[in-house]
Design a protein around this ligand. Structure first.
Ligand SMILES: [Mg+2]
Length: 174
């Protein structure tokens, strides 16, 4: 049971992706980021990416970080959003399956230690990233709106996170 729980622990927990500077990843030797889309880069089901997020993506890239989005959302929407920014993506990923993360790692051309996953859900993004031994960062969801099923999962997440923070298990980049 403890081992199973440990697979849900992110290495770091921040309120937003915009709180993490490119230097944070560089210092850890991370060269490629696998990013979640909904509620990590944009509000759930939103049609545009906020200017500050586009600015951050630009900074990540200028610092030499590779980016790839892995999303459980439909392909059309993911490609419409990320295509114009030139960011590769793996859609309909069915996270936490390993396959989409391996596909993203192939696109990035990074080793396990050079790869990080950033997402807002323990049971998809963090579990999936941990299964492959990547560095995992949990962010707070951008919007409160989400799939009804996700809302139930959030209750469990909240209990777990409280425990982790209390025990000082997770590191915070701030
Ligand atoms: Mg998400």
């Amino acid at each position: 049971m403890a081992e199973l729980l440990a697979r849900l622990y992110p290495k770091a927990y921040v309120s937003s992706l915009t709180d993490i500077s490119p230097a944070y990843f560089r210092e850890k030797g991370i060269k490629g980021l696998i990013l979640d889309l909904d509620n990590t880069i944009i509000p759930w089901k939103a049609g545009i990416i906020a200017p500050e997020m586009i600015e951050l993506i630009k900074r990540y890239r200028e610092s030499g970080l590779g980016l790839c989005v892995v999303s459980n959302a439909l392909n059309n929407r993911v490609v419409d959003l990320l295509g114009p920014l030139g960011i590769p993506s793996v859609a309909r990923a069915r996270k936490p399956l390993r396959r989409p993360f391996i596909k993203a790692q192939d696109i990035l051309g990074t080793t396990t230690r050079e790869t990080a996953v950033v997402g807002d859900q323990l049971f998809t993004d963090i579990l999936g990233g941990n299964r492959l031994g990547f560095y995992t960062v949990l962010v707070r969801p951008i919007s409160k709106k989400e799939f009804i099923g996700t809302r139930l999962v959030r209750l469990v997440e909240k209990l777990l996170l409280n425990r982790l923070v209390k025990k000082g298990i997770i590191d915070s980049p701030q």
